[in-house]
Write a protein that binds this ligand. Structure first.
Ligand SMILES: *[C@@H]1O[C@H](CO)[C@@H](O)[C@H](O)[C@H]1NC(C)=O
Ligand SMILES: *[C@@H]1O[C@H](CO)[C@@H](O)[C@H](O)[C@H]1NC(C)=O
Ligand SMILES: *[C@@H]1O[C@H](CO)[C@@H](O)[C@H](O)[C@H]1NC(C)=O
Ligand SMILES: *[C@@H]1O[C@H](CO)[C@@H](O)[C@H](O)[C@H]1NC(C)=O
Length: 182
């Protein structure tokens, strides 16, 4: 997987906004629509699994490694490392889920911890499930990461960098059979 040196134009540039909209709508109308949404919303169980109202499970643990990143995207300027479910350590990214390494400057940025993992279902748009992460660094800067979980019956697990959507907001896509409700 090639990672662009500069933030790329997002194919799904509206998605993170849409996620937030859905989130706030959910917050405000939770009581009224809760029963209606129950079936299509994936309710979080832990940092990498959730369950739909029909009892099916979306579980990323089979693709995760125990203590090293499952996905390493090498770019010219940046490296992105990701592991769902279990912590890994890479340089100054200690006990994290997602790390950005700047090749030239040698800087490490935590893009998400397992503790911050948060499932959001876009009930408007064919039940797309997102896994969100965040981390606030020692300077007070918060980085937000969105991983869109794409169900596919292909035999490989693909992790794709879509871009830095806005400053310190990173968007990825995980395409895998483990993103399917089973
Ligand atoms: C359960 O619900 C999810 C989300 O709506 C859907 O993707 C899946 O196909 C459903 N599975 C069954 C067996 O109904
Ligand atoms: C990372 O995890 C190890 C082992 O659980 C622990 O000893 C260490 O203090 C942790 N470091 C941070 C920064 O959380
Ligand atoms: C993973 O790391 C976080 C800190 O980022 C820590 O709070 C948590 O206890 C760690 N989990 C395990 C299983 O080591
Ligand atoms: C699953 O794979 C088969 C080919 O093996 C393909 O025909 C089918 O469209 C795929 N289904 C989905 C949901 O991707």
């Amino acid at each position: 997987m090639r990672v662009s040196a500069r933030p790329t134009t997002l194919v799904h540039s509206m998605l993170p906004l849409k996620v937030l909209t859905v989130f706030y709508v959910l917050m405000n109308c939770a009581v009224v629509v809760a029963s209606k949404l129950q079936d299509s919303t994936c309710t979080q169980l832990d940092s990498c699994s959730c369950t739909f109202g029909n009892g099916t499970l979306l579980d990323l643990s089979p693709l995760a490694f125990k203590s090293r990143p499952r996905f390493v995207l090498d770019g010219i300027q940046f490296q992105y490392l990701y592991n769902p479910c279990y912590n890994f350590t890479f340089g100054e990214c200690e006990n994290v889920s997602m790390c950005q390494y700047q090749n030239v400057a040698g800087n490490y940025f935590v893009l998400g911890t397992q503790d911050s993992a948060y499932f959001v279902t876009d009930t408007d748009d064919d039940h797309i499930v997102f896994l969100l992460y965040s981390h606030t660094d020692s300077y007070g800067f918060t980085r937000h990461t969105t991983v869109q979980l794409v169900c596919s019956n292909q035999t490989t697990d693909d992790f794709i960098f879509l871009g830095e959507h806005t400053l310190r907001t990173y968007v990825f896509m995980l395409v895998s059979p483990h993103c399917c409700a089973k």
